[in-house]
Structures are given as structure tokens and as C-alpha cells.
Design a protein around this ligand. Structure first.
Ligand code: GDP
Length: 298
């Protein structure tokens, strides 16, 4: 919790300063409530959350003005209510191999998250294999290999420019042959052309299903919290092109935009399996609604 609170301190400090700065009047008038709503919207928490907190604060009729503490308490309670239903651990992964398709825009932290996940699953006693199906960037393949070395997991890769679906197919085949518990497939998140992205992911899924009908068993979307509102568009896009089953939200360390996770939870209700709080191998945490709410609301 200390790491989360530290990571989210920019978000929570900005929020508490801004909340305090609008609560300057004796009475809680409409202007003040408008300003408060604005502050919450600017903190990326989402319009729904901002309105709800405003209404609760208004209804509470803090006669001699609301204290920033009272508002933060309302906020913390409401955030916690929204996050509680989405804070879900990873599924039990009973299928063998359990195939994760890991999707997301380039740069959001897919490869890093895959490395951290491999480490975490291994710590649970599972064997893990990685497939480098982002074949568009040599650096992406190299990066996955580095993580493979670090966690001592086999990395299936082909040359740059080869068919991503071929890598996914080989990865699953190899995972089956070696009786591996979990296969994590890294993919390219090129946004230049939505149809290309859709075709590419659809082909990976099609090819993987040839070997294992139920695969992929999970589609994990990696989102970068620092991109703020863009993250909402990314969820929408990847929902359409890949059918997301769960989220990992990265870079929650040191961002002022941690509130975006609340807006995402409210809008989509997708399970949040883990959050990234740093670049290191252990900097992936399970997502705890209450902790997050408390860290944000201060
Ligand atoms: P990909 O293109 O989606 O595979 O992204 P990468 O995994 O290569 O990550 C892009 C950059 O973000 C790298 O410099 C990572 O070290 C960094 N990164 C990934 N996750 C986190 C995180 O949770 N916190 C921080 N601070 N950096 C992260």
C-alpha cells in the first residue's frame, strides 16, 4: 500500500489541493459545487463520478461549508464503490496451457507487463512461455527476449516482419508439447489502421483456435494511466477488435492521472487484474479497490 500511495501521491495531492482551493466560501453555493465538479472532471475521474460526488456533497448540506476532508471522504467512498466490482484477481488458469493474448497500444507497457506476469505466475508454481507476436518492431522482439532471460522463460520468436499469427501458432504448439502452464502472447498495437489491427488480432485468434478451441482463454488489455482520457478510447477500440476480458493499468507510479482508472471502471466495468507501479520485475500489484480509493482520495 505504501508503494501505491507514494505512486499516486501526485494524483492525490493535486486533487486535495484543488478540492481545498474551491472550498473557500462560507456556504456551499452552486458556484462552489460547479467548481468542485470541475476539479473532479479535470482529475480524469469521469463525468459520472464528478456529478455523483457533487450531488452527495450538495445533499449533505454542510451548513457552514464543506471541509475538504468531508468531500474527500465522500469521494473515497464513491470511488471505492465503483472500483470494488472490477477489482478481480487473475482467473485460476486451470486450462493447460492457459493462453493469454496481451493487447494494447505500443508503449503502454505490454512487454514489461508480460515479463512481470511471467515472474508472478512462476512464483505461483506455474511454468510460463512467451511468444513475440509483435513482429513489426525488432526492439519489441529484443525486449521480450530480455524479459525471457530475466525470468528464465522460453521465448518463441520469428524474424522481424514475419506473420504474427505464425508466431502465436508456434508458441502454442510448443507450449502444448512442453506441457507449459501459461502462454503469454505479446502483440503489436499499431493504431495507424484499425482494420489492419483487427485483421491481425483476428488472425492470431483464428490460428490459435486451430490448436486449442477455447484459446485464447484471456485477452488482457494493457493501458497506460499517463495517457489519461486516451485510455478510454483504447478500451473501446480493443473491445471491438479483440474482445477484452481484463485490464492491466500501468505507470500508476508518479502520474497525476491515476483518476482515469476510475473513469475506465465506471464506463466499462471490465475486471482490473493488476496495476503497474514501476519498471521493475516486482512492480506489478494486484488491484485492491479500497487501497486505491484511499490512495487517491487521500
Ligand atoms: P510496449 O511497447 O507496450 O511493449 O511497452 P514496453 O513494455 O516496452 O514499455 C514501454 C516503457 O514503459 C518502458 O520504458 C517500460 O519500462 C515502461 N513501463 C512499463 N510499465 C511501467 C510501469 O508500471 N511504470 C513505469 N514507470 N514505467 C513502466
Amino acid at each position: 500500500f505504501a508503494q501505491l500511495r507514494e505512486g499516486l501521491s501526485r494524483t492525490s495531492n493535486a486533487l486535495s489541493d484543488n478540492i481545498a482551493s474551491v472550498l473557500t466560501k462560507e456556504r456551499l453555493d452552486e458556484d462552489t459545487l460547479d467548481d468542485l465538479e470541475d476539479v473532479l472532471i479535470r482529475a480524469d475521474l469521469g463525468v459520472e463520478m464528478a456529478e455523483r460526488v457533487r450531488n452527495i456533497v450538495a445533499k449533505n448540506r454542510y451548513d457552514r461549508g464543506a471541509t475538504a476532508e468531508a468531500v474527500r471522504e465522500v469521494l473515497g467512498d464513491e470511488v471505492s464503490k465503483v472500483l470494488d466490482p472490477v477489482a478481480k484477481p487473475f482467473p485460476p488458469m486451470d486450462e493447460k496451457p492457459f493462453v493469454w493474448l496481451v493487447v494494447g497500444v505500443n508503449g503502454t507497457g505490454k512487454t514489461t507487463t508480460i515479463g512481470k506476469l511471467a515472474h508472478r505466475f512462476q512464483a505461483q508454481g506455474k511454468s510460463v512461455m512467451l511468444a513475440a507476436a509483435d513482429t513489426f518492431r525488432a526492439a519489441a522482439i529484443d525486449q521480450l527476449k530480455i524479459w525471457g532471460d530475466r525470468v528464465d522463460a522460453q521465448v518463441i520468436c520469428h524474424d522481424v516482419g514475419s506473420d504474427p499469427a505464425g508466431v502465436a501458432y508456434d508458441g502454442l504448439k510448443r507450449a502444448q508439447e512442453t506441457n507449459t502452464d501459461v502462454l503469454l502472447i505479446d502483440t503489436a498495437g499499431r493504431l495507424q489502421n484499425k482494420n489492419d489491427l483487427m485483421d491481425e488480432l483476428a488472425k492470431i485468434v483464428r490460428v490459435v483456435k486451430k490448436l486449442e478451441e477455447d484459446a485464447p482463454h484471456g485477452v488482457l488489455l494493457v493501458l497506460d494511466a499517463t495517457t489519461g482520457q486516451n485510455a478510454l478510447n483504447q478500451v473501446e477500440l480493443f473491445q471491438q477488435v479483440a474482445g477484452v476480458t481484463g485490464l492491466a493499468v500501468t505507470k500508476l507510479d508518479g502520474t497525476a492521472r491515476g483518476g482515469i482508472l476510475v473513469a475506465i471502471a465506471e464506463r466499462f466495468g471490465l475486471p482490473v487484474h493488476a496495476i503497474g507501479v514501476g519498471e521493475g520485475i516486482d512492480d506489478l500489484e494486484s488491484f485492491d479497490a479500497e487501497d486505491f480509493a484511499r490512495a487517491i482520495a487521500g
